[in-house]
Design a protein around this ligand. Structure first.
Ligand SMILES: NC(=O)C1=CN([C@@H]2O[C@H](COP(=O)(O)OP(=O)(O)OC[C@H]3O[C@@H](n4cnc5c(N)ncnc54)[C@H](OP(=O)(O)O)[C@@H]3O)[C@@H](O)[C@H]2O)C=CC1
Ligand SMILES: Cc1cn([C@H]2C[C@H](O)[C@@H](COP(=O)(O)OP(=O)(O)O[C@H]3O[C@@H](C)C(=O)[C@@H](O)[C@H]3O)O2)c(=O)[nH]c1=O
Length: 298
């Protein structure tokens, strides 16, 4: 069986390079080897590889830049994804894909369920929602995972940004009115593999599943946790958690609007796979351990 991984050098791609190995012949491409910014070229590339499973970890993920680069965001997150889905229909391949909490507007009080109405607040969220629809409307075999606030020791993410800022600045100002679940690549990559295996055994059906760590915090809570644990591990000394100021979204203007409530209800996937998804702190602490082991080379 041939498994094609796209976006192998992204945060998630690096994690999947490990957990997809047991499924057979893993063919993994980076952007320069398989460019989703050219959706019209995707079909021919796929026909050359003939994958049985496509795992798409590639995406346009720069939320603020997307506001002024909507065409690129839609080419990569929508049109190229449609080409992946079309191939999956033609060849009966399984398409595994990832989407985001940012497809919701965050105005609901409770955690979002898979079938709740979407209403993206920004271009990134709109482009990701368009990608979701391209998959579900194609009729291809698929596993579509919506996740949130992805963190890992690799690549760029909020945890690493906070560690860098904690070294550079005496005070941090972090928004405290946007809530969600930080979710580590390690968890995403492990559960993806479990889900693919269960899908192959016929134990879970095609569909969209929410996949995040358990619990919830806000960006300020995450920043405080990260700095506190980094100080405990002795690799951040300059900043104390008390120096982190909780601010409102209005006090930190950004080009793209973000949802206030990003919490996703994960009951469907947990019960389908028989899993208990760990609290967000468990894997965030593991990311900090990994960064410490690496000498925290950002
Ligand atoms: N990061 C997050 O907080 C969240 C992410 N997600 C979703 O999870 C998935 C994985 O995200 P994550 O690993 O964090 O993202 P990253 O930004 O870390 O990685 C994205 C990867 O996509 C690649 N890529 C970008 N443009 C293209 C292109 N034109 N052709 C081919 N590859 C391209 C990048 O290549 P290069 O290395 O060259 O830049 C990079 O390797 C995405 O679908 C994302 O939308 C969902 C919720 C939260
Ligand atoms: C760096 C910084 C950020 N913030 C705020 C801004 C924003 O509301 C929040 C998070 O900022 P970031 O830009 O790091 O994160 P952002 O790019 O919004 O992260 C999102 O990425 C995409 C890909 C997703 O799919 C989402 O799930 C989510 O993880 O933190 C501060 O308040 N102070 C700061 O110093």
């Amino acid at each position: 069986m041939t498994v094609l991984l796209l976006g192998k050098n992204g945060q998630l791609g690096r994690g999947l390079q490990r957990t997809l190995l047991p499924f057979g012949n893993l063919v993994a491409f980076a952007r320069d080897e398989f460019d989703l910014d050219k959706p019209e070229a995707v079909a021919a590339r796929l026909d050359a590889v003939r994958p049985d499973i496509i795992v798409n970890a590639a995406a346009y993920t720069q939320v603020d830049l997307a506001e002024t680069n909507a065409d690129a965001a839609f080419r990569i997150n929508h049109h190229a994804v449609k080409a992946l889905a079309d191939y999956a229909v033609r060849s009966d391949a399984l398409l595994v894909h990832y989407s985001t909490d940012y497809v919701f507007d965050g105005r609901r009080d409770a955690p979002y369920r898979e079938n709740d109405e979407t209403h993206p607040l920004n271009v990134y969220g709109e482009s990701k929602r368009a990608g979701e629809l391209a998959i579900t409307e194609s009729g291809c075999r698929h596993l579509l995972f919506r996740t949130s606030w992805v963190v890992s020791a690799d690549g760029t993410n909020f945890v690493k940004t906070i560690l860098r800022l904690a070294r550079e600045r005496p005070n941090l100002r972090i928004v405290a009115d946007q809530f969600g679940a930080p979710t580590a690549v390690e968890l995403l990559a492990d559960v993806t593999a479990l889900a693919i295996a269960a899908h192959r055994r016929g134990e879970i059906a095609d569909g969209t599943f929410h996949l995040t760590a358990s619990g919830r915090t806000n960006w300020h809570g995450l920043a405080r946790h990260v700095v506190e644990k980094a100080v405990e591990r002795g690799f951040v000394s300059a900043a104390a958690p008390d120096d982190i100021e909780a601010i409102t979204t209005e006090e930190f203007p950004r080009p793209a609007e973000r949802p206030r409530n990003s919490s996703l209800n994960t009951d469907a996937l947990s019960s389908a796979l028989g899993l208990t998804l760990p609290e967000w702190t468990v894997h965030v602490d593991r990311v900090l351990d990994q960064l410490k082991e690496r000498g925290w080379a950002l």
